[in-house]
Ligand binder design. Structure first.
Ligand code: PMV
Length: 330
């Protein structure tokens, strides 16, 4: 399968602690506000891109040809890379997620970060990291952050072309031994994709403007908490940010509710841990799974508490991980 010009890149997914929920431009995935995340060492994507003489782009995901919608999304993304590199060749894209896609956790963040890096290198381009971040953002807003490792801040930017809507690493957080414990509460893909859900929230939720207006203060406080390595301060901001994001979505008309019964029970379990003296804080993305931010030393206990929640089928512990990188190239 491997072709002489194939390039393979890997990227870890990232979990936002100050959430991104809303766009100032849908076509370019320009966010309505900044965000802040942690890139993980697990739950990543490994992607190989080989430009060849095929008639169309082909996308193989987790060992099987991907469906039309996913293939078109990848092909549209490759069009941008081809335009920059001034090439016309089609490509074979082979991607593997390190968790089963069926778990509903497969993230477009690691997927488009790995694709941006593999595709540009395979096309002969060597983009500086900020440009790679802007490119990955066009595939998926959160992918801009997975170009970098550890704690990462994504800027809202003000330019219409999105050249300043990019992520940057936060070296002040390097080496901080935190963990994210992921509790799987359901199987299957999410009910409504993030772009559709963000657009619907912006159009119909009376809480959307308040949500967006509150993000800059959360970013300022999160930056300070990371610089001070104050887990309790960061955790309070992260939990509040996720709950406000979901509150804005739930207040849309009709409501967007990503949670199930196990989601709510897992939130309660984490808050009970906290009441008992273990600093652990919840975050939830566009799906029913619960992630708990905690100290490395408490991760096993937090995972055990989450595994005991009815409806939680599995837990896994993720540590801060590196940014996107090339692992095989000609
Ligand atoms: O990158 P997208 O378009 O899948 O949006 C990500 C949205 C959230 O995961 C819910 C929040 C975030 O900041 O990652």
């Amino acid at each position: 399968m491997s072709s002489p010009n194939a390039v393979t890149a890997v990227a870890g997914t990232n979990i936002a602690l100050v959430k991104y929920w809303g766009k100032r431009d849908v076509a370019l995935n320009l966010p309505a506000a900044g965000s802040l995340s942690l890139t993980l060492d697990r739950l990543g994507t490994r992607t190989t891109v080989a430009f060849d003489d095929g008639e169309r782009d082909r996308f193989v995901l987790d060992g099987a040809p991907a469906g039309d919608a996913a293939t078109t999304r990848v092909s549209t993304f490759l069009d941008r890379v081809r335009a920059s590199a001034q090439i016309a060749r089609r490509a074979l894209v082979t991607s593997e997620n390190s968790v089963p896609t069926a778990a509903g956790l497969a993230s477009s963040a690691s997927g488009f970060a790995a694709l941006a890096l593999a595709a540009t290198r395979a096309a002969g381009l060597e983009l500086p990291a900020p440009e790679l971040s802007a490119l990955a953002r066009i595939g998926s807003g959160s992918a801009a952050r997975s170009i970098f490792g550890g704690f990462v801040e994504m800027a809202r930017g003000v330019r219409p072309d999105g050249s300043d809507a990019i992520a940057r690493p936060m070296p002040e957080g390097d080496g901080w031994e935190v963990r994210l414990v992921v509790a799987i509460t359901a199987a299957g893909p999410k009910a409504i994709g993030s772009t559709a859900a963000m657009t619907h929230t912006a159009r119909t939720s009376p809480y959307y403007e308040a949500w967006v207006a509150g993000v800059p203060a959360d970013l300022t406080a999160a930056r300070a908490a990371i610089a001070a390595r104050d887990l309790a301060a960061l955790g309070v901001i992260a939990e509040r940010s996720a709950l406000r994001m979901h509150a804005a979505a739930m207040a849309a008309d009709p409501a967007i509710i990503y949670w199930n019964a196990a989601t709510v029970a897992a939130i309660a379990a984490v808050r009970a841990l906290r009441a008992g003296g273990t600093p652990a804080f919840v975050t939830i993305d566009a799906g029913p799974h619960v992630k708990a931010l905690c100290r490395a030393a408490d991760a096993d206990a937090v995972a055990a508490a989450l595994r005991a929640v009815p409806g939680v089928s599995e837990t896994l512990i993720a540590a801060p991980g590196p940014g996107a990188r090339v692992v095989e190239a000609p």
